[in-house]
Ligand binder design. Structure first.
Ligand code: PEP
Ligand code: MN
Length: 339
């Protein structure tokens, strides 16, 4: 249930509504919005009786929210959320290109790649300091050392940084260096990490879990929003399937669906979605064409020598090509998503 307040409602009237919601045994959550003040009723298991709330001073109307995720849904916040990452708008009118090697490599190589990413049109640099790997014998990332490299990239190349945080201990140190904290697929259901990240005041890139349903993914976003972090960017990166021809099933049909049910920006990661560099550019185009508001792409100056995920890592010519492609697709955004 969403309690929508009148335009001229007072702070006291809102506080009274919140008290009454608490008295009913639920939790009130104010919903930030430019055009209206609203308070969401959470914690209910079934429908909420609106009769009492409707009569309170300052209340315009009570509307029921049909989905289990509330703050994430457009029912509660109709206008789209734009997340500002150091001046780059994600969810605004232009699709955003985020690129970099899968892992932070040596400082020299990483700086050279970041410089090339910038020249190819990348707006944010992404590289993993900590790598959650399937095998304990695989390269695990340079860890805290890599954070110094990322800080150097930020300073010398001037691109904002996205990097994955794999555990709660790293949240503090990483938030000093990076601009966006990525929650990787393997951690989408790490609730200790999610709860900690719900309390930081910085953008979060929330990847869809390896085999997460749409509802499970949205409910993790709901964890972040309900504890106060509204700067959430969703990322479709493919889900586990039976196909032998691709690393994952790149589930693009979720993109327009998320755009219609949620106000949060959604980007797509064709690198992990496909797992093979020969098809990354085609699927990057497809993702933007169906409504993705940005791309996360693994790119390298010498892809074959990438420390991790070399098979899906594209070169800088392909990255420039993707940059050109998505600029050409910009006009599609003016089409309504249900056309
Ligand atoms: C990554 O972004 O390099 C990564 C490990 O991605 P995912 O969590 O989608 O597997
Ligand atoms: Mn990777």
């Amino acid at each position: 249930m969403l309690v929508i307040m009148q335009q001229d409602s007072t702070v006291e009237q809102c506080a009274k509504v919140e008290d009454v919601i608490r008295d009913m045994g639920y939790q009130p959550l104010p919903v930030p919005g430019e055009s209206r003040t609203a308070i969401c009723v959470t914690g209910n298991k079934g429908p909420v009786d609106p009769s009492h709330l409707q009569r309170l001073a300052g209340v315009r109307e009570c509307v029921s929210v049909t989905r289990p995720y509330k703050l994430v849904s457009r029912e509660v916040k109709p206008e789209s959320t734009v997340v500002d990452v150091a001046g780059v708008e994600i969810g605004g009118s232009d699709p955003v290109l985020i690129a970099g090697p899968c892992s932070v490599e040596t400082p020299e190589r990483t700086l050279a790649i970041a410089d090339a990413v910038k020249r190819a049109g990348g707006q944010l640099f992404r590289a993993g300091a900590f790598k959650p790997r399937t095998s304990p014998y695989s390269f695990q990332g340079f860890g805290y050392e890599a954070l110094d490299t990322l800080a150097e990239v930020r300073e010398q190349v001037g691109l904002p940084i996205v990097s994955e945080v794999v555990d709660t201990d790293a949240v503090g140190p990483m938030s000093e260096v990076v601009d966006v904290l990525q929650i990787g697929s393997r951690n989408m259901h790490n609730f200790a990490l999610i709860k900690k990240l719900s309390m930081v005041h910085m953008p979060i890139l929330l990847k869809r879990g390896l085999s997460a349903s749409l509802e499970e993914w949205m409910l993790v976003a709901e964890y972040l929003l309900s504890a106060g972090n509204h700067q959430v960017i969703l990322c479709e990166r493919g889900i586990r399937g039976l196909a032998g021809h691709a690393r994952n099933i790149f589930d693009l049909n979720v993109v327009p669906l998320v755009r219609s049910i949620s106000h949060l920006p959604i980007i797509a990661d064709p690198s992990h979605g496909v797992g093979d560099r020969s098809r990354v550019r085609a699927m990057a185009r497809a993702a933007v064409a169906c409504g993705a508001q940005g791309l996360l792409v693994e790119a390298h100056t010498t892809p074959d020598s990438a420390f991790t995920d070399a098979a899906q890592t594209i070169d800088m010519d392909s990255l420039s090509g993707i940059h050109r492609d998505i600029r050409g697709l910009k006009g599609l955004e003016t089409l309504s998503l249900d056309q």
